[in-house]
Design a protein around this ligand. Structure first.
Ligand SMILES: Nc1ncnc2c1ncn2[C@@H]1O[C@H](COP(=O)(O)OP(=O)(O)OP(=O)(O)O)[C@@H](O)[C@H]1O
Length: 263
């Protein structure tokens, strides 16, 4: 049977700035993405790595419908998201995508339970079902005991796990994460990555942008972006996490050396 792709990005290109937009009326354009294609199968965990300015966030923003590519298409579950507009797009985003950012972005006036439940409350899901779903996902992420607390009463790591629960509670087709461990100490980061592994075992497909080879080593596959192009990919296969970490670190060093050579 052909693999079922949750995400298929085909030939994405994106250039910022306009011809003639420079200070002296010259060129001030940045090709942030150049013909990038990426297919992610159901249940896969894919990390996107690359140097600062290589185009990682632009790629994630094009996948997440926050930005639009100049060229190329993004299919989520076979659906061309470039054709969705306005309310249709907003509804698609809230149902099919879950977001986790570097900062948890929780609402301070709501308890952790209410933060996780919010999207379901807005969708008018019955209260009993909300309760069951929130408690189930909170148990999976070991935050059952903080549900009654407000965000300022819990640790940074717990906040991030609440943010994952919020992203997961609507059972999205794809979870998108942008440096979710960036603001955490190493112990909280490890717990968060183990949480991502756990939600993956529950069936979540995850795409994450990261600078950190340790974070990437928890994933099944790492794609490396360089100067807006897909430069390389590394697949974990049956390797243990430590070996995959070594492979990722070696790849980063090699790609860095190639860049020095070109300069
Ligand atoms: N709104 C914008 N206007 C103009 N140029 C932009 C804009 N956003 C990004 N860029 C440029 O596009 C390129 C890719 O940026 P992007 O943010 O995707 O990189 P990144 O790999 O996510 O970097 P970082 O790891 O530092 O967050 C960079 O050269 C950046 O300066």
């Amino acid at each position: 049977m052909a693999p079922s792709f949750v995400l298929e990005a085909r030939g994405l290109s994106k250039t910022y700035g306009k011809r003639g937009g420079g200070r002296k009326g010259g060129f001030s354009q940045t090709a942030a993405l150049r013909d990038v294609s990426l297919a992610v199968t159901e249940g896969e965990m894919v990390a996107i790595m690359g140097a600062s300015g290589s185009g990682k966030s632009t790629l994630l923003n094009c996948i997440s419908t926050i930005d639009r590519p100049d060229e190329g298409t993004v299919l989520i579950d076979g659906r061309d998201i470039g054709r969705l507009k306005g309310a249709q797009l907003a509804s698609f985003r809230s149902r099919e995508l879950g977001f986790v950012f570097q900062d948890a972005n929780l609402l301070d006036t709501l308890t952790c339970f209410e933060n996780i439940a919010l999207s379901l409350t807005i969708r008018k899901v019955p209260a009993r079902e909300i309760d069951t779903r929130v408690r189930y996902i909170a148990d999976q992420l070991s935050i059952g005991d903080v549900l009654g607390k407000f965000p300022y009463q819990v640790s940074g790591g717990q906040k991030q796990r609440v943010a994952i629960a919020r992203a997961m509670v609507g059972k999205p087709r794809l979870v998108l994460a942008d440096e979710p461990t960036g603001a955490l100490d190493s112990k909280s980061a490890r717990q968060l990555l183990e949480s991502l592994e756990r939600i993956n075992r529950l069936g979540a497909t995850v795409v994450m942008v990261t600078h950190d080879p340790v974070s990437a080593s928890y994933f099944h596959r790492v794609v490396f972006i360089k100067d807006g192009r897909l430069a390389h990919q590394a697949v974990r296969g049956d390797a243990d996490r430590e070996s995959f970490y070594s492979l990722i670190s070696d790849t980063i060093a090699r790609l860095g050396k190639e860049a020095d050579h070109v300069r």
